[in-house]
Design a protein around this ligand. Structure first.
Ligand SMILES: *Cc1c(COP(=O)(O)O)cnc(C)c1O
Length: 409
């Protein structure tokens, strides 16, 4: 373990003040947040509550219910005690005011963006955004009359110059999907807030465990809970966490779309969240070992991973993040397409498939990268690696035999 990973003191003993949430360490919090055993017959975890109709005592109580109180039992679509426990735990860990569970990470993006982007407004989106987020902006929001402007992810406080009177929000993602470029989120947030514009960020890579979005100026934090939060490749779920000022704007948007999540999926995601710390710290260490091996390999041009000292985003990552996800990009030296496919197909321990954040390693080609504001021309083919909980030595051996299959150009 190295200084950069800030985990040499071991679980629970870390002296980094960023690991402390209020008076308690975040590892304590992740185990205790939003638990209420007295309510659930002493059970450690909340049961799975199934139900649509919620019955009220009398007409006055039924008719007097507060439409803006989304944390009481009203109707199944707005959540159950299982949903509320998951939402409260995520919000508490990230340091937000409240969270709402949605059916997927993409649903979290679309519901959050739709809360702000209205006809005639202008939306600033990082050029490094997750592909389907871009697609939603270009195919849906644009058709609804929203002016979408993509900006250089490295813009920092320069975002201020792009803000117009009609700007409804600034959308960030750090590091960016596929290209892993860091963003100076505090600088962007300061410039946006100076003009009264809220900042939305996809924090799927950072997670509530490794990036305290609200401490860095984010107003609305978006998560694909499908990834590290659920953590076992068995659930699709999203979460939107907000500060107090943005809560009703976002929560009403989710309600207007009729989005809701099954209690089973909330239960699984909450179960996953309880172990996010041990999994992520372990996966980060393994990812660093694998990334360092790749970085030193003669067939690799560079590794796109802000946790590496060589990464251009390292200083920002080190300043703002408490750790790194185990997902990174690899730019190979020029090699034939067929041999890159042969390399990936030869891997025994890396699955080929979408998503990440589970316990298992994955490898895919990173081919479809759309850019409109800033160029992206890697010097060779790109591969995206997710490092799971396998032993890094075995993963490195597997990659070593795979890299031997490359036919260099
Ligand atoms: C996977 C992913 C999403 C979407 O999550 P789903 O649950 O698969 O819809 C959103 N943002 C990022 C950065 C992702 O990697």
């Amino acid at each position: 373990m190295t200084d950069d990973t800030r985990s040499e003191a071991g679980p629970g003993a870390n002296a980094d003040p960023r690991d402390r949430r209020g008076s308690r360490h975040k590892d304590t919090l992740v185990g205790h947040a939003a638990r209420d055993p007295v309510r659930f017959s002493g059970m450690v975890n909340p049961p799975v509550y199934r139900g649509s109709t919620v019955l009220f005592e009398d007409t006055a109580t039924y008719e007097g219910r507060d439409p803006d109180d989304y944390k009481v039992m009203r109707y199944g679509v707005h959540g159950t005690p299982t949903t509320f426990a998951f939402e409260a735990a995520v919000a508490e860990l990230e340091g937000g005011h409240a969270a709402v569970a949605v059916p997927s990470g993409l649903a979290a993006i679309t519901a959050a963006l739709s809360a702000y982007a209205k006809k005639g407004t202008h939306l600033l989106v990082t050029d490094s955004a997750y592909g389907p987020a871009r697609n939603f902006c270009d195919k849906r929001l644009a058709a609804w009359g929203v002016d979408i402007e993509y900006y250089d992810p490295a813009i920092g406080s320069g975002i201020g110059a792009l803000i117009r009177p009609q700007t409804c929000a600034v959308y960030c993602e750090a590091p960016g999907s596929m290209t892993f470029e860091m963003q100076d989120i505090p600088a962007i947030a300061a410039a946006a807030h100076a003009k009264g514009v809220p900042v939305l960020a996809d924090n799927t890579w950072g997670t509530p465990y490794f990036f305290r979005a609200f401490d860095h100026g984010v107003d609305v934090s978006i998560h694909a809970g499908t990834k590290y939060i659920a953590g076992h490749s068995d659930t699709l779920i999203g979460a939107i966490v907000t500060n107090e000022a943005q809560w009703l704007t976002v929560r009403r948007s989710v309600a207007d779309f009729g989005m809701c999540v099954s209690p089973d999926d909330c239960w699984l995601a909450l179960r996953g969240l309880r172990t996010i710390g041990v999994r992520m710290r372990h996966q980060m260490e393994s990812a660093l070992a694998v990334a360092r091996f790749l970085e030193a390999h003669p067939r690799v041009s560079r590794v796109l991973f802000p946790a590496l000292e060589s990464d251009p985003g390292h200083a920002l990552w080190k300043r703002d993040f408490d750790g790194a996800a185990s997902l990174f990009g690899v730019v190979l030296k020029p090699a034939t397409d067929a041999s890159v496919v042969a390399m990936i197909d030869s891997l025994q321990l890396f699955g080929i498939g979408s998503s990440w954040g589970g316990y298992e390693s994955l490898a895919i080609r990173a081919k479809m990268i759309t850019r409109t504001a800033t160029p992206w021309h890697p010097e060779g083919p790109m591969v995206r690696i997710h490092v799971g909980l396998e032993h890094p030595r075995d993963l490195i051996d597997d990659l070593e035999q795979g890299l031997a299959r490359l036919s260099m150009l």
